[in-house]
Design a protein around this ligand. Structure first.
Ligand code: FKS
Ligand code: ZN
Length: 343
């Protein structure tokens, strides 16, 4: 299978993150993508292609236009305001405050367009976001052109980004943009299957009231796991979208037997929906040694995930999301892809 990758991801580097009361270097770091790329090479998965540039008008099909227009302006506004360090949001319009009036200052706008402090900017962040968007769409083009599958080695990831907010290391929802693009290209139905450890709240929000994009999520139970405020089993979609959203929250300690039972059930629902194409939000932070997660999948389990998805026998776009056990991230992510290819 072909991989699409851009070196511009590396400009999103050195950004800081607030974890447990301390500002620390972000877990979502450049070596993640580099190690996956190196594993694609050593495993001879296939050619690695650069992305083509795609207009962000495509991103505006799933994100609000003012949000997408805001992202490229963040760093220059932050600097113009005399600020140093990472641009991190810290005030949010939660219940009881106005979320409908866009304020004027950069610190206020960062809060207006986010749900947590997990998506922070440095100088190269916008170029990395745009390259990740381009990587996703370029890989989607390969699938549309007839490849059985393609791998979008996106960084930064996307599945926490909603219609008008960033958060959880995510800015543009690459998987959602690709799913919408497939619809616009004539696919009647698209499924997003999200196997990242964290619930893909952004993807769920974007497609929640739609029947043309089925969204299936396997993840840590939001009662105890980030992003906490979405991802329960009773969230089944709304209006015309009712019955097209499926959540599989699972407790800390979940290992292959229980996790794969959820995957089997998810794949049955997916097959019954009979989409023209599947977009897999591929996170490997379900790994037993992941430093921020609490599932217990082993490296040998990742090829089994790929094999199960391959059994669906549908055109498949893999979009990279999370995974923080950097030493094993290449083995695990590429393991899914080689498993998909039946080796
Ligand atoms: C560490 C707290 C970290 C944020 C977790 C974000 C997870 C991001 C991700 C993505 F795929 F988007 F990258 N809280 N104690 O893995 O879901
Ligand atoms: Zn994750």
């Amino acid at each position: 299978m072909k991989t699409v990758f851009s070196p511009l991801h590396a400009g999103h580097s050195g950004q800081m993150e607030l974890v447990a009361g301390e500002i620390v270097p972000g877990f979502e770091k450049p070596s993640r993508a580099e190690i996956i790329k190196a594993r694609v090479e050593t495993e001879k998965l296939g050619p690695i292609l650069p992305p083509e540039s795609h207009d962000v008008a495509l991103a505006k099909r799933v994100h609000r236009a003012d949000y997408i227009d805001f992202l490229p302006t963040v760093w220059e506004r932050w600097e113009a305001a005399g600020k140093t360090g990472s641009a991190i949001p810290f005030t949010w319009p939660t219940r009881g405050l106005r979320g409908d009036v866009a304020p004027r200052t950069i610190e206020a706008l960062l809060g207006f367009y986010s749900f947590d402090g997990g998506a922070s900017f440095v100088k190269g962040t916008w170029d990395a976001i745009k390259s990740s968007h381009d990587v996703g769409l370029t890989a989607a083009h390969l699938v549309k052109a007839g490849e059985r599958a393609a791998f979008a080695l996106c960084r930064p990831p996307g599945h926490h980004a909603g219609a008008a907010f960033m958060g959880g290391y995510c800015f543009i929802n690459n998987a959602a943009v690709a799913a919408q693009w497939f619809r616009d290209q004539g696919a009647a139905r698209v499924t997003v299957l999200d196997v990242d450890y964290h619930h893909g709240n952004g993807t769920q929000e974007i497609f929640y009231d739609r029947a043309d994009v089925q969204v299936i999520n396997l993840h840590g139970d939001p009662m105890t796991e980030y992003p906490f405020f979405l991802g329960h089993a009773d969230e089944r979609g709304a209006g015309p979208g009712e019955g097209f959203n499926h959540n599989y929250p699972m407790p800390f300690g979940t290992a292959w037997d229980a996790w794969s039972a959820s995957l089997d059930d998810a794949c049955e629902k997916l097959a019954a929906y009979s989409p023209d194409v599947v977009v897999v939000s591929l996170g490997v932070d379900t790994f037993e040694k992941d430093p921020i997660s609490h599932f217990k999948l082993k490296s040998a389990d990742y090829p089994k995930i790929g094999r199960r998805i391959a059994k669906l026998n549908l055109p498949t776009l893999f979009v990279m999301e999370g995974g923080y056990a950097v030493d094993e991230i290449g083995v695990n992510a590429v393991g899914v892809l080689t498993g998909f290819e039946g080796r």
